[in-house]
Design a protein around this ligand. Structure first.
Ligand code: SF4
Ligand code: SF4
Ligand SMILES: [Zn+2]
Length: 158
């Protein structure tokens, strides 16, 4: 239902404006379904994290040592997304998903299922719409319930 509502917005003017701010790309979607482009660590001005797919040391330790990003089974998948794994959704993914649903109104498993069903390009377009502030058109953070730029309260899941 949410996908249909969001997809219908693809044609309106506001969406066109949002697409101009587009900065999501495939490399910003982690194997677990996390959209690093809306992570507060990626969006911060000082020492921003380059995202999960960049295997560098300039990111928080919990992401460098992440058991999902470093999972041995991930290497065996063709897409390098967890949905391609025979163990999906494994306990690690379920726990992370539960934490994100509880704290950040986002389901990483749902993100993965959308990518699996509709393809990464459609997911990136919908993610851009979903994560664009309706007040100032800048990118929202999944980790905050207000816009980092204009400070308006937002709820990205509704
Ligand atoms: S801190 Fe983790 S989730 Fe956030 S952008 Fe970096 S790798 Fe992605
Ligand atoms: S679903 Fe679980 S076991 Fe499979 S690649 Fe992802 S983290 Fe590893
Ligand atoms: Zn805003």
């Amino acid at each position: 239902m949410l996908i249909c509502v969001l997809a219908s917005k693809l044609n309106n003017l506001k969406t066109v404006k949002a697409m101009e701010n587009f900065h999501f790309h495939k490399e910003l979607i982690a194997a677990c379904g996390m959209s690093c482009g809306v992570c507060i660590a990626y969006l911060r001005e000082k020492n921003p994290c380059p995202g999960c797919r960049k295997r560098t040391e300039d990111k928080p330790k919990y992401c460098i040592t992440c058991r999902i990003a470093n999972c041995e089974h991930l290497e065996k998948t063709e897409s390098k997304f967890c949905f391609d794994c025979t163990r999906f959704p494994c306990q690690r993914i379920k726990q992370l998903d539960a934490r994100y649903r509880k704290n950040y109104r986002t389901s990483l498993i749902e993100n993965l299922r959308q990518i699996q069903s509709n393809g990464i390009e459609t997911f990136l377009q919908l993610e851009t719409i979903k994560q664009t502030c309706p007040f100032c058109q800048k990118t929202l953070s999944v980790h905050r319930n207000f816009c980092l730029h204009c400070k308006e309260m937002v709820n990205v899941t509704e």
